[in-house]
Design a binder for this molecule. Structure first.
Ligand code: NAD
Ligand code: DAU
Length: 380
């Protein structure tokens, strides 16, 4: 294929990566997308079923830590852009197995950076027209205070441009300038990888961009994460394990809105910049859990409140960050991005998708996953 651009996307068989690959493959038929994924427990080719015959999509099963392979791939396909999503992404797993997180998230990112550097620096045009875009998380900033008085619901409103329905549980937000303060092995590994990416810009002049996004939700998310786990457990009448008191706050963004932001930033973002991406959509875990229960019960035809007794409070996550809240006004002001979906609409679409895709769910919740789940929740 004589492509206008060749973009290597890592982690494209995972949750967010599959949405990014789908968007790029469909929106840019003139681009060639090289999708590199190791297919760990979290990577699943069923997430890309609709793209298997797309002529501009090449799937390569490979480990980003394999430096020689990454360099050979970049040379073979003449890659001029990289969107790096591959990572170990689940906080609870990082608490049990931090080494895997350091290996993939830190060494894997370094391996890609060095491969890109050695591949691009020898070209006559050097870094001209190249881009290394690293996808990171708001968790690197640490935790915010929850300044909402006891018993009172989200007293603060944000100053986002489409603010009517937005609420907040504190006056502080993560800004691009907020100092890094990671608490979990996962966030520490992501913070480290972010530093390496910026160091490659500052030291070698590589055209890098970093974005830090809040919690994503939507189709194809592995059911170890709160929303798909709880939808699946409600469907099966299993307990819903709420960590601590369920008071922690997360800022939720529909995954397709994140993919749209990635597209925009990859094409129009400024080199060496950081952009925060968030939903201006804060929820206490227990409140979101009640919305999920009400939505699943309604769609399954259960009486109101039917699944509420499944709520089971369990030991808190170690080092559990209290509140995340992203200020994404820089991205709104500079590139005109905003979340497109109201949360109520996004959660309805999400629950419907999981209920309609039980084969997908049943397939990935068999085998190895069952062992993990039992160790994680049943023996807790
Ligand atoms: P995910 O766990 O669903 O997918 C990760 C993908 O990376 C999987 O397909 C997996 O097979 C692949 N992978 C893992 N190790 C690999 C390796 N060594 N080599 C090649 N591929 C490998 O993760 P996700 O939720 O889609 O997150 C994607 C990225 O976005 C991550 O970098 C994560 O830190 C970041 N992020 C996620 C969220 C969120 O809410 N999920 C929010 C902000 C940022
Ligand atoms: O903020 C962005 C991050 O969001 C991403 O960088 C991570 O990759 C992604 O996994 C996510 O991290 P969280 O830890 O916030 O997501 P998780 O779905 O694991 O948990 C959401 C909240 O729900 C958190 O406060 C912990 C709580 N929780 C989670 C699970 C799985 C429970 O109470 N019970 C559960 O069973």
């Amino acid at each position: 294929m004589n492509a206008k651009r060749t973009i290597l996307i890592t982690g494209g068989a995972g949750f967010i990566g599959s949405h990014v690959v789908r968007l790029f493959v469909n929106k840019y038929p003139e681009y060639r997308i090289i999708n590199v994924d190791k297919l760990t427990y979290a990577g699943n080719l069923a997430n890309l079923e609709d793209l298997k015959d797309a002529p501009n999509h090449v799937f390569v099963k490979a480990d980003i830590c394999d430096y020689d392979r990454m360099k050979a791939l970049m040379e073979e396909y003449d890659v001029d852009g990289i969107i790096h999503l591959a990572a170990e992404s689940h906080v609870d797993r990082s608490i049990r197995d931090p080494f895997t997180f350091a290996r993939t998230n830190v060494m894997g990112t370094l391996s890609l950076l060095q491969a890109a550097r050695l591949c691009w620096e020898v070209r006559p045009e050097g870094y001209e027209g190249k881009r290394f875009y690293h996808i990171s998380t708001d968790e690197v900033y640490g935790a915010l205070e929850l300044t909402c008085p006891e018993g009172m619901d989200s007293p603060f409103t944000t100053t986002a441009s489409s603010a009517e329905h937005h609420h907040a549980y504190g006056e502080d937000f993560f800004l691009e300038s907020t100092k890094y303060d990671p608490h979990s092995p996962y966030s520490a590994s992501k913070a480290s990888s972010d530093h390496f990416v910026r160091a490659y810009h500052d030291t070698y002049g590589m055209p890098t961009i970093v974005t830090n996004c809040s919690n994503n939700y939507g189709p194809y998310q592995f059911p170890e994460k709160l929303i798909p786990l709880f939808i699946n457990n409600i469907r099966q009448g299993k307990p819903l394990p709420v960590y601590g008191k369920g008071e922690n706050v997360r800022d939720w963004l529909y995954v397709e809105d994140h993919a749209r932001a990635i597209d925009l930033i990859f094409h129009q973002g400024k080199v060496a910049e950081t952009y925060n991406i968030g939903g201006f959509n804060e929820w206490k875990n227990i409140d979101i859990i009640k919305v999920i229960i009400a939505t699943v019960d309604r769609l399954l035809g259960n009486p109101e409140g039917h699944s509420l007794p499944l709520i089971t409070y369990i030991t808190d996550r170690a080092g559990h960050d209290l509140r995340y809240a992203i200020d994404s006004r820089k991205l709104q002001a500079e590139l005109g991005w905003e979340p497109s979906l109201q949360f109520e609409e996004g959660i309805e679409k999400t629950v419907l998708w999981y209920l309609d895709h039980q084969d997908w769910m049943d397939h990935i919740t068999s085998g190895e996953y069952v062992k993990y789940y039992e160790e994680m929740y049943i023996n807790r």
